[in-house]
Every structure is written in C-alpha cells, then in structure tokens.
Design a protein around this ligand. Structure first.
Ligand code: SF4
Length: 165
C-alpha cells in the first residue's frame, strides 16, 4: 500500500455533523475529543472543513432540512471517505421514528459505512466505531490502488459490537 495512503488511513481527519438531535450524542462525541478520551491517540484529528475530512461522524436523525445539508457536506469530501452514524437516531431515527418531519437515519441522505447504536453511545463505543471507520478507509484506499471486480455482492457495512451503554 502506498505510504501516503497508509498514513492517511492511519490518521483520518474527522468532521462531525449533527443532523438534528437532542444533543446527547453530540456531547458524547465531543467528549471523545477531550483529553479524557482523546481520540487523537488513535490518530484521528478533528477538522472543520469537509474538503479536508476523510471521515464524517453523523449524529441525530435526518429531516427535510438536514438531508440537503448532510448531502452537501458529503459531496464536498474527497474520495475515499467513510461515514459513521453515531447513536440510534443516526442509525434508524430512534425515538423520533415516524415523526412528521423525520425521514430516518443518516443513510437517508448519504451512504453509511459504520453504524453504532446506543442512546447515546458511550465515548468508548464511539472511539471503537472511529477505529472501525479507519479500517474501512484503509480498505477503500487499497481498492483505489488495486481496483478489483467485487465477487461479494453483500453489504460491506460495519456494525460496532462495543458496549454502547
Ligand atoms: S440517539 Fe438518543 S442521545 Fe443520541 S441524539 Fe438520539 S435521542 Fe439523543
């Protein structure tokens, strides 16, 4: 694997977007950035611009307004990229399921690579999902370097099995 691509996969630049939520998941996600949980020790670097981000962390469910914004952010990210849906709202709309303005989870707007349940998930579980996302990113870089015809037509989506709280 190309050394530059390996470095990028080992140290993903991470962007967070709240599609609409109670902010419980956002608080846990932000906790991962603090010195207490410190996701930077795993190489992940929080970043503010989608144009520089490799990984998009989505919290909250998608509604009519946030769908367009989420898609816009996703489209600005360069390939390869991964999306991590954090919490049951971003996974399947959770307690807001079938609300008048809710469309569903993050996958209603963008392709999701890693789902993590919990309401909210613990920071340890979010870190686990970010590491899974980094592995997915490495796989995507490898595929870009050596494109092969896929024989497995099944889903390539990961689900975190961490204790989600
Ligand atoms: S999953 Fe729970 S904590 Fe997270 S945004 Fe939804 S309701 Fe809030």
């Amino acid at each position: 694997m190309n050394l530059v691509h390996l470095a990028q996969a080992k140290s993903p630049w991470v962007l967070h977007y709240d599609a609409s939520s109670c902010n419980g998941c956002d608080i846990e996600t932000v906790a991962c950035l603090t010195p207490l949980y410190d996701i930077e020790r795993f190489g992940a670097v929080p970043i503010g611009s989608p144009k520089h981000a490799d990984m998009l962390l989505v919290t909250g469910n998608v509604n009519h307004k946030s769908k367009r914004v989420l898609r816009n952010i996703y489209d600005q990210m360069t390939e390869p990229k991964v999306v991590v849906a954090i919490g049951i709202c971003a996974t399947s709309s959770g307690v807001f399921h079938q609300s008048y303005n809710v469309l569903g989870g993050a996958d209603q707007a963008v392709p999701v690579d890693v789902y993590i349940s919990g309401c909210p998930p613990r920071p340890e579980a979010i870190i686990d999902a970010i590491i899974m996302g980094a592995e997915k990113l490495k796989k995507k870089w490898k595929e870009e370097e050596h494109p092969v015809k896929r024989s497995n037509q099944g889903s390539d989506t990961e689900r975190s099995t961490a204790d989600v709280g």
